[in-house]
Design a protein around this ligand. Structure first.
Ligand SMILES: Cc1cc2nc3c(=O)[nH]c(=O)nc-3n(C[C@H](O)[C@H](O)[C@H](O)COP(=O)(O)OP(=O)(O)OC[C@H]3O[C@@H](n4cnc5c(N)ncnc54)[C@H](O)[C@@H]3O)c2cc1C
Length: 457
């Protein structure tokens, strides 16, 4: 195994190698399934460290894994015998409240962003778990509560600084390296290491939201309601449908803990005095068995489910974009959900209409703006003895509902590692153009531990 000695003295961040006391901690990623042993982990402190790390790995001829928040389900943030560039030290967030913008480090999490921007009554679209990395999520698209109102995370990206495969630091925006900027907004980690991003922020502070749980027996009714309601609900309402085995939380009746429910999780960012009127139809659809909906700071909702996803769980996911949801598809979902194996396992159906669909189909590399929903089937559990059974549950669920999706592709950030065969479909209409941009910025495919776009020949 290479020692990568050329890194010593060339970087200011720590270099952690096999045998170091914290090697096991440094090589671990969120999904406990990936027990890989890198040659070294560089905990980058700045863009210069990244430049040195990319050069060293290339010289040594070893793979590079770029890690932001470490949440990639396929474990793209780690690699056997290669170099991990761990960006988590670059997590500063600088807010410019006068211009509603934030400059965000390439290793920040959504928790870092929410904390910094909330102080100014501002926010931008992020994921629904605060420990997820901003860079990985944004580069793939970025779906969250604010998407219907303000677009995907990548739609709010104004510029990015990127260390490319040839060791240059370039800025991509609407005014510089426009082709790269297009590709970064949906094309994943294919084009280099993002050291810094600038985002558009919006006036979001106290929201009215949270989960409502309904009996599993009412799921078909609730799911059909969601499909129809969300099509033209006010865009200030973010809302997704999902399954939830009730955890032991104060708002869940004690005798219902452990039961399978269906859930509507809402986030109303419009005027507070209109919240009841907007949310009432959700409460009318069936009897709400438990609910934790009310005014709360946006960061509180955005971290409300973090406890369901601690580091180290075994995770296996499958996903589709969904054009529409015929009743038969909904019945199939309900039947498959009956086997939901653990409290952290679920299916979420995210609406991607509203502001997401007002961005032109070819304005960014996110290639599926014609779809109504992004669906993800999540298997997450702690005991490796359950791997086979729980992976089977995800696959069976997916096989049953996929024929109704009206789409070959799924959201790249929701893919598992055995879905490499779907990459072209996942990028959809953007794949050919992404391959051209890849040829310009990474002709040797140095950055290939991702949903990989092969450079055009
Ligand atoms: C619990 C959980 C909840 C999630 N919720 C959502 C959600 O609500 N909405 C949503 O859209 N997605 C969600 N996701 C999916 C998430 O978007 C992807 O897992 C994403 O890849 C995570 O980014 P990361 O930086 O944490 O991951 P990492 O594992 O660090 O990186 C994943 C990929 O991103 C690239 N990457 C990361 N940082 C950089 C960087 N600085 N420069 C260049 N490339 C980089 C890497 O090359 C790699 O290919 C969730 C995932 C998990 C596990």
């Amino acid at each position: 195994m290479t020692e990568l000695t050329q890194l010593d003295g060339a970087v200011r961040g720590r270099i952690i190698r096999p045998g170091d006391a914290d090697y096991d901690e440094a090589r671990a990623v969120h999904n406990g399934m990936h027990d890989r042993r890198p040659a070294a982990v560089v905990q980058a402190r700045d863009a210069a460290d990244v430049v040195a790390a990319v050069a060293a790995a290339r010289e040594a001829g070893i793979d590079i894994a770029v890690r932001g928040g470490g949440h990639s389900v396929p474990g793209f943030g780690t690699v056997d015998d290669g170099l991990v560039i761990d960006m988590s030290g670059l997590h500063d967030v600088h807010v410019d409240p006068a211009n509603s913008r934030a400059r965000v480090g390439g290793g920040a999490t959504w928790g870092d962003v929410d904390h910094a921007t909330h102080a100014f009554g501002l926010a931008t679209t992020g994921g629904i778990i605060s420990t997820t990395g901003v860079a990985g999520l944004t580069l793939g698209g970025g779906i969250g509560y604010l998407a219907r109102a303000y677009g995907l995370s990548c739609d709010n990206l104004l510029s990015a600084d990127v260390v490319t495969a040839d060791g240059k630091l370039v800025t991509a925006s609407d005014y510089q390296n426009e082709d790269l900027f297009w590709a970064l907004r949906g094309g994943g980690g294919n084009f280099g290491v993002v050291t810094s991003m600038e985002f558009q922020l919006h006036p979001v502070s106290t929201i009215v939201g949270g989960p409502m749980l309904f009996d599993y027996e009412d799921a078909e009714t609730v799911f059909r309601f969601y499909r129809d309601f969300i099509e033209d609900a006010p865009e200030a309402l973010g809302c997704f449908f999902g399954w939830q085995i009730a955890p032991p939380l104060p708002f869940v009746p004690e005798d219902r803990v452990g039961d399978l429910f269906c859930a509507l999780v809402a986030c109303w960012t419009g005027p507070a005095d209109e919240a009841d009127k907007v949310l009432q139809p959700l409460r009318n659809v069936a009897e709400v068995k438990a609910e934790h909906v009310g005014p709360m700071p946006y960061p509180a909702l955005n971290s409300a489910f973090d406890g369901l996803f601690p580091d180290g769980l075994q995770q296996y996911w499958k996903a589709d974009f969904v054009r529409d949801l015929p009743d038969e598809a909904i019945r199939t979902h309900v039947a498959q959900a009956a086997g939901t194996p653990t409290v952290s396992s679920t299916m979420h159906m995210y609406s991607i209409n509203g502001a997401v669909q007002r961005v032109g189909a070819d304005e960014t590399a996110f290639g599926h703006r014609d779809k109504a929903f992004a669906e993800v089937i999540v298997g997450a559990w702690s005991d490796t003895a359950d791997n086979e059974a729980n992976i089977r549950w995800v696959r069976d669920y997916y096989d049953a509902v996929h024929p109704y999706s009206g789409s070959d592709g799924g959201y790249i950030n929701f893919m598992a590692d055995d879905d490499a065969g779907r990459v072209e479909a996942n990028f959809g209409r953007s794949y050919a153009r992404l391959a051209q941009v890849k040829r310009t910025y990474d002709p040797d495919n140095v950055f290939h531990l991702n949903q990989n776009v092969v450079p055009a020949g």
